[in-house]
Write a protein that binds this ligand. Structure first.
Ligand code: SF4
Length: 378
């Protein structure tokens, strides 16, 4: 399988009150140093020999808010990837974009820079929910941003929505899903809001008396939305992701199919042939180290065969089609059934996991308790 290339852009225009990602407020001077550092890190990753570096077929700009970069800067980074790796001509090149950073002109220039897939962080189509989350765009701006991307020629657009938000009722959630269907992206990711321990949103919820709907409602929201999206022509291919046929995220599939990827930028993770490593998290330290010719890797280790097996099983089980247990067993020379059948049996008997020949997959009810089921493997 070809490599996926992940490029982390850690800058945001404002910090959302629930966000636990590696990000900080936009700083123009730091951004300039950072983009140069990224180019250097990519170019030194795999010195291209005789015109043929390692093959890659996806580039994913994640963040943070990658669309805060100028299109020319995105173009420089894409060029560094293409100069260093044997990037397929039809590679999927995704830019995570926040609606407030988008305009018709910028969309055209991002496309000219080599981006061919846009992933919009919309989160909700309801104003009160966007305000509670500290998002700085409006629902109308999100709709316009998608229209601008379409007008610029993008035919592969994804939207992120978040469910189980403070004060969100089932009806509110349904409104956002219906709006998403009206907007008509090729792909959608539906995430459950996860509140980390010191999230400012937690304090705000306490101060304002906002609450979360009961767990049963969250389950109902999830099941309803998957059914509704299927009725609208989408296919669920992963626990949190749906797409039009053939529009699955090729990059993210690498994470769920035991693939290889290289991460560039501060805090980026990489996995290649059973070796996993992580870059220094601080943006400033990352740019400084690269400038000084120093290593940016702060943690690197070779996974054991058991760890690779466990990873392959629990990430693969996220896919709607599940995993071919015999194929995974052959890859790691382990009888997977013999090792894990006793742990899996209650879930199979309970209708949460389905066994079909050598395949194992979660049922939709199983997806609601996926973490519990996947714990069997670790
Ligand atoms: S825009 Fe995204 S990365 Fe930036 S603070 Fe908000 S949630 Fe976090």
């Amino acid at each position: 399988m070809k490599l996926g290339l992940y490029v982390h852009i850690p800058f945001c225009s404002a910090i959302c009150n629930y966000c636990n990602f590696n990000r900080g407020l936009f700083d123009a001077a730091l951004k300039d140093r950072y983009v140069s550092a990224l180019e250097a890190e990519i170019r030194r990753a795999a010195p291209r020999k005789a015109g043929a570096g390692p093959a890659a077929d996806t580039i994913f700009f994640g963040g943070g808010t990658p669309s805060l970069l100028e299109p020319a800067e995105i173009g420089r980074i894409v060029a560094a990837c293409r100069d260093t790796f044997d990037v397929a001509p039809d590679a999927e090149v995704t830019l995570e974009t926040n609606p407030e950073t988008s305009s018709a002109a910028r969309m055209e220039r991002f496309r000219a820079a080599g981006v061919n897939r846009i992933s919009f962080g919309v989160q909700s189509f309801r104003e009160p929910e966007l305000r509670r989350l500290g998002r700085i765009h409006t629902a109308d701006r999100a709709r316009q941003a998608v229209a601008e991307a379409r007008a610029a020629g993008f035919d592969n657009i994804s939207l992120d929505l978040m469910m189980w938000l403070p004060q969100q009722s089932q009806q509110d959630w349904r409104e956002s899903i219906e709006s998403l269907i009206d907007v008509g992206p090729e792909h959608a990711s539906l995430y459950l809001l996860e509140l980390y321990p010191n999230a400012p949103l937690k304090e705000e919820m306490a101060r304002s008396g906002w609450s979360l709907a009961p767990d049963d409602d969250a389950a109902e929201m999830y099941l309803w939305s998957m059914g509704r999206l299927e009725a609208a022509g989408y296919r669920q291919y992963e626990i949190s992701n749906v797409s039009r046929p053939g529009r699955e995220s090729r990059h993210n599939l690498k994470y769920w199919t035991d693939g290889n990827w290289l991460g560039f930028g501060c805090g980026a993770h990489s996995t290649r042939d059973g070796v996993r490593w992580k870059n220094v998290a601080s943006t400033d330290d990352y740019a400084r180290r690269i400038g000084a010719g120093e290593d940016v890797i702060v943690d690197r280790r070779e996974l054991t065969r058991d760890e690779r097996l466990e990873d392959a099983l629990f990430t693969g089980l996220r896919l709607a089609e599940g995993i071919d247990v015999d194929a995974v067993g052959r890859r790691y020379a382990v009888d997977v059934w013999a090792r894990f059948a006793p742990g899996l049996r209650p879930f199979i008997d309970g209708g949460l996991v389905k066994q079909e020949g050598s395949r194992l997959r979660l049922t939709r009810d199983g997806m609601l308790v996926a973490n519990e089921i996947m714990a069997v493997f670790v």
